[in-house]
Design a protein around this ligand. Structure first.
Ligand SMILES: [Zn+2]
Length: 585
């Protein structure tokens, strides 16, 4: 915001919005003219309440993402929904005495963004040692990592784990991998682990290996590796399932149930604020504390809508009690399952490829973390229960396994429009695309990676990158590709994602798989209406359309016209959920 007057107007609006989160008090208004006019403006606003709009926004560049009326200048909201969309002149005519108005002064407005894959680790952000930057590209030194962990080690008794989070192995100024000797400098009395933000690899010190009884002679288990240096000694890096040996060893901090509940609530409230700051109005959560989410919502601190993706005990109890995807309301709703993991990681180079990784010796094709039989059984069980299936499949081998399992489940228990969700769906080929289309699969793909993780792409090379994060190919095939930041692995800023999808150019200036570029409009669609489609909520949200939830974002600049390399820097002026401002710059 640069204009002072506009800023004051914003402040006034926010105060009013905060006072009435759900704005339930519709004034009984004998004048029905506004609602009739609303219907006339759009032709689709039947059922709009016969009352003054709560809010009118005009003089804006509105990109509605509604193919029936893609551009507009203005809209009106009432009761948390859009009730009319159209020209400034027509919409202004709807204003009544109690209507708040907002002159957008030609700023850009798009539907609220949706992130279809997010681990939403608010408690980690608040309470853990962060050895990397969760939100932006930032390089750190290994010395700084050691120093932060030493400070933590001084606060906890010997034998207790010292943990670092948000490490990114290619955002290190030293230009080498963290190793066991670095972490021995933190402590020889505490087990130490540094977790890669990607979630599939971790780095340990000697004490941790000692407690887990892992030596250089320990064989690699299925689905994981204890990495070694050129002399065959443990180098500290451990991948995927091999990390489970550390689960039962060492001491971990304990909390009373009250403390734990408090931390979870704080975490949800904190991450919700961060989402609002970046323009996210709907987020698909990989599990998390459902009680905390409901409590934070009840106290008015939930600023985004949650599609809750269950696993473990919650999923089992849904199946046992007959709760299906879609149960819940506009704020917290059961979506697909949490990602059921079939293979390793894209960014950490453990995903399952049909060909060996370029330039890796001995030849390595990544980690498969499930058998076809187990996968078949799990997919069929969930599908039969009426719950949307969701598997993490990055490499072409894993995607093939998942599609095989789902094709089998559909044969055994046919259900139309089941929308199997493929989390990541990173490396595709023509055969996989054809089968995805036939099944109506919905991929939630990495978006910010194209900007944030270009330093990882040389490990794959241009030939594989041409088929990776393949938005162009999938949209052309008519597949509803959606955005899945995978936070913590990827930053979740939708504008960083849009820039990456449009340019395929990273922070380091290199461009990978330019054949997969999509337009700005398509990239916004991926982050809005396609996200709504992924959770079967496309009739409820994802576009600025009468009767849909009034979730929208005001941008200081238009991503269609700014320098494409600057899309990620556009200021989020305002984030609005259900007609209520939840963030303003
Ligand atoms: Zn994930």
């Amino acid at each position: 915001m640069t204009d002072r007057r506009t800023r004051r107007e914003f402040m006034g609006l926010t105060a009013a919005g905060a006072a009435g989160v759900l704005t339930p008090a519709w004034l009984a208004d004998p004048r029905t003219a506004p609602a009739i006019a609303a219907a006339a403006v759009t032709g689709t606003a039947q059922g709009a309440p016969s009352t003054d709009p709560d809010l009118i926004v005009f003089n804006a560049k509105v990109y509605t993402m509604d193919p029936a009326a893609p551009r507009a200048e203005a809209f009106a909201t009432s009761g948390g929904r859009f009730i009319a969309v159209g020209s400034t002149a027509a919409i202004k005519g709807l204003a009544g005495k109690r209507t708040q108005t907002f002159d957008a002064k030609q700023m850009t407005i798009v539907p609220g963004f949706t992130d279809c894959h997010n681990h939403a680790g608010g408690t980690t952000l608040l309470y853990e040692v962060l050895v990397g930057n969760p939100f932006e590209v930032e390089f750190v030194t290994i010395a700084s990592i050691i120093e932060k962990l030493r400070a933590k080690a001084r606060q906890v008794p010997a034998g207790t784990w010292v943990e670092g989070y948000f490490h990114d192995d290619t955002k290190v100024k030293d230009k080498r991998l963290l190793n066991v000797r670095d972490l021995d400098q933190v402590s020889t009395e505490h087990p130490v682990v540094v977790r890669h933000r990607g979630g599939h690899t971790s780095f340990y010190n000697s004490k941790a290996f000692e407690l887990a009884k892992v030596t250089k002679d320990t064989p690699n288990p299925p689905g994981g590796t204890f990495d070694r240096d050129e002399n065959g000694a443990l180098n500290g890096r451990v991948t995927d399932l091999a990390r489970s040996v550390f689960n039962g060893v060492g001491q971990r901090p304990t909390f009373t149930p009250e403390q734990r509940a408090q931390r979870e609530r704080d975490g949800v409230a904190h991450i919700s604020k961060q989402f609002a700051r970046y323009g996210l109005t709907s987020v698909h959560h990989e599990g998390g504390d459902l009680t905390a989410m409901q409590e934070v919502r009840a106290r008015g601190d939930l600023h985004h809508r949650i599609s809750y993706e269950p696993s473990g005990r919650v999923l089992d109890s849904m199946i046992a009690s007959g709760i299906m995807s879609g149960f819940g309301d506009e704020w917290i709703k059961f979506g697909a399952t949490s990602e059921h993991t079939v293979d390793g990681s894209f960014s950490e180079r453990t995903m399952a490829l049909s060909i060996p990784y370029p330039n890796v010796q001995p030849p390595y094709k990544g980690n498969i973390t499930d058998t076809q039989d187990e996968l078949n059984a799990w997919v069929e069980k969930v599908h039969r229960a009426g719950i949307q299936v969701n598997c993490h499949a990055n490499g072409d081998v894993a995607i093939d396994m998942y599609l095989t399992a789902f094709e089998r489940a559909q044969k055994a228990a046919p259900r139309p429009d089941a929308r199997p969700k493929i989390t990541h769906c990173t490396l595709i080929n023509d055969d996989l695309v054809r089968r995805m289309k036939a099944l109506g699969a919905v991929p939630a793909m990495f978006t910010t990676y194209a900007y944030y993780n270009t330093d990882k792409f040389p490990f794959y090379g241009e030939e594989l990158m041409k088929r990776s994060m393949a938005f162009r190919t999938l949209l052309d095939a008519g597949i509803h590709a959606a955005a899945g930041s995978d936070f913590s692995p990827g930053p979740f800023a939708p504008l960083m994602g849009i820039q990456g999808m449009v340019t395929r150019t990273g922070w380091d200036g290199t461009t990978w798989g330019a054949n997969q570029r999509i337009s700005v409009d398509e990239a916004i669609r991926v982050n809005t209406i396609n996200g709504a489609y992924a959770s079967r909520e496309e009739s409820l949200k994802g576009s600025i359309t009468p009767n849909k939830l009034a979730d929208f974002v005001v941008l200081a600049d238009d991503p269609h016209t700014v320098n494409k390399e600057k899309i990620k820097d556009i200021q989020i002026v305002r984030t609005v959920v259900g007609g209520t401002t939840v963030h303003q710059a």
